[in-house]
Write a new protein. Structure first.
Lengths: 114, 115
């Protein structure tokens, strides 16, 4: 089965630093998502991306966050100035289309902000 | 706003037993999908089963089945003949058919299968 690939698997950074989390969605997929899961809590939607623009974002996704699909294969999440509360597992996901197409999740990037 | 509630933080059963995980949700929409995801210790999100709200027939996938009660907004997961590999967090989730189709997750149920 095709896979969504996320790198790195673990990222440690200092508070105030910028981080970029990388994802390679499945090649023929058109809809891309970022979710996050703070340890012990539920998975939360951050942002959805389609046709090179954000289609929906949550309250969590403030001005410190941005997403980009720079080269047609990668899908990145940037946190401009990390805070302690940004420590979480970040999941990338993609689907080919709408209409009940299956959503494929990556294995996640564990971000630790010190 | 749509919400998903899982009222059982933890459950534990013996191997080969049947276990049912509960989920309720709140929505004013009529067209949506419901899902159960499994998250083992590796923390990867694995789709277990999904249900279209417009289908009355309950979805089944091998040992996994759901009891979908649309009027009651209830979506429970039954695992039959449970196996040690079923030990994981289980999340119930919902998404609308229209729009960005973002998933809304419940808080999760930690299921332990004991040998």
């Amino acid at each position: 089965e095709p896979e969504v690939t996320q790198t790195p698997s673990h990222q440690v950074t200092q508070m105030g630093q910028e981080v970029i989390l990388r994802c390679v969605p499945i090649s023929n997929h058109l809809y891309f998502y970022w979710y996050r899961q703070i340890l012990g809590q539920k998975v939360e939607f951050l942002v959805s991306f389609y046709n090179n623009e954000i289609s929906e974002k949550s309250e969590i996704f403030d001005d410190q966050f941005s997403v980009e699909r720079p080269d047609g294969s990668n899908f990145t999440l940037k946190i401009r100035s990390t805070k302690l509360e940004d420590s979480a597992m970040y999941f990338c996901a993609s689907r080919r289309g709408q209409n009940n197409e299956k959503l494929f999740f990556g294995s996640g990037t564990q971000l630790s902000v010190l | 706003a749509q919400t998903v509630t899982q009222s059982q933080p933890e459950m534990s059963v013996q191997e080969a037993e049947t276990v049912t995980l509960s989920c309720t949700y709140d929505t004013s929409e009529s067209n949506y999908y419901l899902f159960w995801y499994k998250q083992p210790p590796s923390r990867q999100m694995i789709l277990v089963i999904r249900q279209e709200a417009y289908k009355q027939q309950n979805a089944t996938e091998n040992r996994f089945s759901v009891n979908f009660q649309k009027a009651a907004k209830s979506f429970s997961l039954k695992i039959s003949d449970s196996q040690l590999g079923d030990t994981a967090m289980y999340f119930c989730a919902y998404n609308l058919i229209q729009g960005a189709q973002k998933l809304v997750f419940g808080q999760g149920t930690r299921l332990t299968i004991n040998p």
